[in-house]
Design a protein. Structure first.
Length: 135
C-alpha cells in the first residue's frame, strides 16, 4: 500500500519534490482535515525520497492533529520511519509508548511484533474491563 501511495504521489504531481510544495501549501490552510491529509501525503512523499528525518518531523506534526485510531496509525508510521532511518532505539521507544497509550488497539499485535523484531519482549497487557461503564 505504501509503494502504491508513493507512485500515486509522484504520478499525480509528476515530480515528488514538486508534490512537496503542493502539500506545504495545503498544510498551511485553516482546516485541520486538509492539513492532516496534506501532512500525511507529505510524509509518504518524504519517505519515497528517503528523507526520513523530515518524514519523522512531519509525522510529529500530524500526530498533534490526530486522535484515537488516527493517532494509532500515525504512531505506526512513525515507528516505520524511525526504523527506516536506522534509529531502532527511537522506534522501540515509540512502540512502547503505543503499548501504554493504546492497550486495546487492533494494531497492538502488529506493534508488539515490531518490538519482538527489535529483540525485546512486549509488555503483558491486560484487556480493559471498561465494558458497561459510562464514560
Amino acid at each position: 500500500a505504501v509503494e502504491e501511495a508513493k507512485r500515486d504521489v509522484a504520478g499525480a504531481a509528476g515530480d515528488v519534490e514538486q508534490a512537496l510544495t503542493y502539500y506545504d501549501e495545503a498544510a498551511s490552510t485553516k482546516s485541520d482535515l486538509v492539513e492532516g491529509l496534506a501532512l500525511s501525503a507529505k510524509a509518504i512523499a518524504l519517505e519515497s525520497l528517503e528523507r526520513h528525518d523530515d518524514q519523522i518531523a512531519v509525522l510529529g506534526e500530524l500526530r498533534k492533529l490526530s486522535t484515537g485510531a488516527n493517532e494509532e496509525y500515525v504512531l505506526l508510521d512513525l515507528i516505520r520511519a524511525q526504523e527506516l532511518k536506522g534509529d531502532t532505539a527511537a522506534a522501540l521507544a515509540t512502540a512502547r509508548e503505543f503499548e501504554t497509550e493504546f492497550p486495546d488497539s487492533t494494531l497492538l499485535a502488529e506493534v508488539q511484533g515490531k518490538i519482538r523484531e527489535f529483540g525485546e519482549e512486549p509488555a503483558e497487557i491486560e484487556p480493559s474491563d471498561d465494558e458497561g461503564e459510562a464514560s
